[in-house]
Each structure stands twice: as C-alpha cells, then as structure tokens.
Design a protein around this ligand. Structure first.
Ligand code: NAD
Ligand code: LMR
Length: 336
C-alpha cells in the first residue's frame, strides 16, 4: 500500500495543470533531442510535444508516446512537415546541427549550423512568431545573432523572446563549485555571463550564492574548468560528439522555467544569451527575469562590484564575442 500511495503521488504530479503548453523540438532525433524530449515529456505543464527532425523521428515519437504522462507526442519529418510542427507552439527549442569532434572549436561548426539555424528560424517566423525561441545549436555566440537578423528580415523580431541557451554553463558552475567547496548542490547558484565558447564563458564566482570565499588559485582553476567543460566532454567522447545528457538536462530546465513564466509564476530567473544593453555589445549572456512576455528584466547588479579577476576577464572576452556576433549578423545579412 505504501508503494501504491507513492505511485499515486507521482501520478498526481503528472496530471495536467489548468494551463498547458505546446513545445516543439527541432532536431529531436539527435543526441540532445532525444533525452531532451523525454524530459519535456515529463513536464506537467506540457500538453503537446512536437518532434521535428530530417530523419528518424517517427521511432522516437512512438517510443516516447508510450510514457503515461499527459502530453501528446506528434512527429514531423523533413522540410515538408516543418511548418505543421510549429503551428500553435508556445516554446521552440532548436538543438539541430552538427556537434564538435576533438580538436574543433564551436566556431568550426559555423559553416554547417548557420544555414540550418537560418532555415529553421525562417519557418519559426512564418508559423509561430510569438513563441519563445531557445537556440542550442552552436556556435551560440553567432547563431543567436543570425536568428535575430532573420526574424528582423521577416518583420517579427521580438528580442524579449529569443534566447541562446547557456544554462549548461550555470549547471556546470554550480556542480563544480559545490564539489570544490563541499556545499549542498541544491543550494549553489553561480551566475555565468558573456557568451557560450571558451573565454567568453565567464562565471562570476564572487556572486555565488550562498556567499563563498575562494582563493585566487581556486578562482583560476574553477573558471578554466567551467570554460573548458564542453571540451572535456568532447575529448572524453573521443569523436562520438559533445555533451548531450547534461545538455538535455540543462535545456529542459530552461524550458520548464520558460513554461513557469508563461504560466504566470512571478519568480523565474535564469541566465541566457540575449540581445542586451548591459555592456557595449549587442548580445550578452546574463541573469534575466522571465515573464509571460519573455525577458522581463536584465539583472545588471551582477556586473557591479566585480573582482579584478572578473573585470579583466570581462574585458578580455569582448573582442572574441564581438567578432562572433558580427560574423553571425554578416552571414544573415548577405542571404538572398
Ligand atoms: P546530433 O548530431 O546528435 O543531433 C543533431 C540532430 O539535428 C540530428 O538528429 C540531425 O538529424 C538534426 N538535424 C540536422 N539538420 C537538421 C535540420 N535542418 N533540421 C532539423 N534537424 C536537423 O548533435 P547533438 O549532440 O544533439 O548537438 C546538436 C547541437 O547542439 C550541436 O550544434 C552542438 O554543438 C550543440 N550543443 C550546444 C550546447 C549548448 O550549451 N548550447 C551544448 C551541447 C551541444
Ligand atoms: C558544450 O558546452 O558542451 C557545448 O557547447 C558543446 C561543445 O561543443 O562543447
């Protein structure tokens, strides 16, 4: 009977809430797409889950559809079904594109992934221009500016609803800091600002909650580990791709936060790479408050009172981030 009670509690948790949302995953058959779709299938806030990919998505959808959670799973394969996958959708997550192999930078993915993101965003603009758009495809520092330009060209750009997903940087920072300082994982929150590649990833360790003190050596070691964590996984996978499971976890957290915000929760904060006026660059990752209309506030306080180490690192990341933004914008602007 005890197990039954527990089971009942779990099932209750999975009952649909009053408001329920439609989520589309573009690239749903991939390394990130599959576990991400599973995690979204578990959300009590989702009523419909649309899975789109260029191949292999039918089986993924059939498999997921057997989970006894409330959302309905629908599959869409290939360009001819892309528009339908997006109709009526509240949140679109885009993990479509190629991942890194050892020795590559995220920018080395630009030539392939820029066109993929461009094509998908054109369809988003035509079919669900009011949706929250979550860009996972790398290089995020450039793919988000590409998406912004395409949405502008289509006359539907709402900068408050376009997000580069940098949640994995926060997830990693929280994990590594908790390990290093022997803290309870659940309590730790480290804001990560800048962008999502190498030195553009800047964890603000001095703003860690709960308040922790670090030696200079610890700051250096943790910062470098967080910046190279993606490469750590790429090397460990030795040619079989990059982070997929931790990424799915992080992207699902960002989806859940977006849905809570859409559902009227007034207390939703995440870090994300967005169009921003926080510093002189047009796109910048920082902590934001999410609301029903997207970005409700940018938390500027995190950039005040930086340590010398953080202030120098912020200056050092600007040229690379600026070049990646300009590369993305130039690509989108020269498209016919
Ligand atoms: P993967 O190769 O396993 O999966 C990619 C999927 O995209 C495949 O199923 C493929 O069929 C699909 N795809 C390709 N072109 C498409 C198109 N035009 N439309 C729809 N789907 C298309 O790769 P992965 O490991 O899932 O990684 C995907 C992307 O996410 C990569 O660019 C990777 O660098 C990036 N990534 C980002 C973060 C982050 O923190 N933002 C973390 C990890 C990976
Ligand atoms: C990550 O941070 O894990 C992703 O951006 C994938 C990569 O190429 O490192």
């Amino acid at each position: 009977p005890r197990a039954e009670k527990r089971n009942q509690k779990f099932e209750n948790h999975l009952q649909p809430r009053a408001s329920s949302f439609k989520v589309a995953v573009l690239g749903a058959a991939g390394g990130i797409g599959q576990p991400l779709s599973l995690l979204i299938k578990m959300s009590p806030l989702v009523s419909a889950l649309h899975l789109y990919d260029i191949a292999n998505v039918k089986g993924v959808a059939a498999d997921l559809s057997h989970c006894n959670t409330p959302s309905q799973v629908l599959d869409f394969t290939g360009a001819s079904e892309l528009a339908n996958s997006l109709k009526g959708v509240d949140v679109v997550v885009i993990p479509a594109g190629v991942p890194r192999k050892p020795g590559m930078t995220r920018d080395d993915l630009f030539n392939i992934n820029a066109s993929i993101v461009k094509n998908l965003i054109e369809a988003v603009a035509d079919n669900c221009p009011d949706a929250f758009i979550h860009i996972v495809s790398n290089p995020v520092n450039s793919t988000v500016p590409i998406a912004a330009e395409i949405l502008k060209q289509k006359g539907v750009y709402d900068p408050k609803k376009l997000f580069g997903v940098t949640t994995l940087d926060v997830v990693r920072a929280n994990t590594f800091v908790a390990q290093k300082k022997n803290l309870k994982l659940i309590d730790v929150d480290v804001p990560v600002v800048g962008g999502h590649a190498g030195i553009t990833i800047l964890p603000l360790l001095s703003k860690t909650k709960p308040s922790v003190s670090f030696t200079d050596e610890e700051v250096e070691e943790l910062t470098v580990r967080i910046q190279n964590a993606g490469t750590e996984v790429v090397e460990a996978k030795a040619g079989a791709g990059s982070a997929t499971l931790s990424m799915a976890y992080a992207a699902a957290r960002f989806v859940e936060s977006s849905l809570r915000a859409l559902d009227g929760d007034a207390d939703v904060y995440e870090c994300s790479y967005i169009q921003s006026e926080l510093i002189e660059l047009p796109f910048f990752a920082s902590r934001i408050k999410l609301g029903k209309k997207g970005v409700e506030a940018v938390i500027s306080a995190d950039l005040q009172g930086l340590t010398d180490y953080e202030a120098k690192a912020l200056e050092a990341l600007k040229p690379e981030l600026k070049a990646s933004i300009e590369k993305g914008m130039a690509f989108a602007q020269k498209q016919p």
